[in-house]
Design a protein around this ligand. Sequence first.
Ligand code: AOF
Ligand code: ZN
Length: 353
Amino acid sequence: MTEATSAELAAMARAIELAARGLGTTSPNPVVGCVILNAAGEVVGEGFHAYAGGPHAEIVALAQAGERAKGGTAVVTLEPCNHTGRTGPCAQALINAGVIRVVLAVSDPNPAATGGADTLRAAGVQVITGVREAEATKGNIAWLSAVRRGRPYLIWKFASTIDGRSAAADGTSMWITSEASRMDVHALRGTVDAIIVGVGTVLADDSRLTARNLRDGSLAIRQPMRVVVDSDGRTPLGAKVRDGAAPTWIATAAEVGVDATGKVDLVVLMTELYARGVRSALLEGGPTLAGAFLSAGLVDKIVGYIAPKLLGAGPAALLGAGVKTITDAIELDVTDVDKVGPDLRITAVPKRE
Ligand code: AOF
Ligand code: ZN
């Protein structure tokens, strides 16, 4: 059978669900889920990847299935790995367990690990690819796009009034959006590996840029790296980002190098972040840095919190994005619109030609 059966389609939906349990804890590795069906098509094992360095999803599911995997099928959201990294090759483990068929959703773009499907086929295992591929891709979007491009998946977050302003005329910007939106931002911070801001934001707000728990304000267990883009090294020694509560990188022009505008080269910065294990990052401010990232085509997703307020004056949420005339506008596709407390949360992705 060269197409997935209905039992396998159902198992893939389940595997995608299992994979999602690893979201936020597997980086720099992907989220992966696996279901083992016995020869009769019954579920005999389930597993997901929980943390980098831990057993891969296939190994967890095989352990649960034991002897019952023999003559059965492995349904997995990512092509089984072919390499010995922190753990052994899953393709070989599946062969050793006597699995005769593997159904997978997405091929592995990681050059170190790819080739599992070929190894399985060479051992006589039937391999079906591309099953529920779009859903599995969505569940792993940050990791997949990061690995394919060699730079982190970047989310630009901003808060503004309905008339697009991020501060009042006198520069005051505290509490533009509601408490509910600010809590939502903390949850968002908890899903990424790094938070990026410009030095202007540090100088203006002196925020901690940590992810805090929604209930009591205590620090979340996993802290994203704080990255301050600071061409001239102006981050004060006493700035809260230097409090040691999370790994912090003050990225200066001297260290990273500069682009044609004389500012920190953002492409180099992103490549360096990837090398440091960052697969997803949240860009939080300010407007000029956001403009530079957007015009360089480095933003993958936009989350805007829009407060039901009008100011009529004051700085814009975005500046200097390289748009001079209407035909230069950065076109977006809105993927979600939600109400967060009294505010609107708009999620969008740049249209790519
Ligand atoms: C995972 N979990 O369930 C699967 C992965 O660092 P290692 O040795 O654990 O290898 C990580 C690579 O293995 C990862 O980038 C991906 O290409 C492949 N498959 N990884 O962390 C899993 N199946
Ligand atoms: Zn593996």
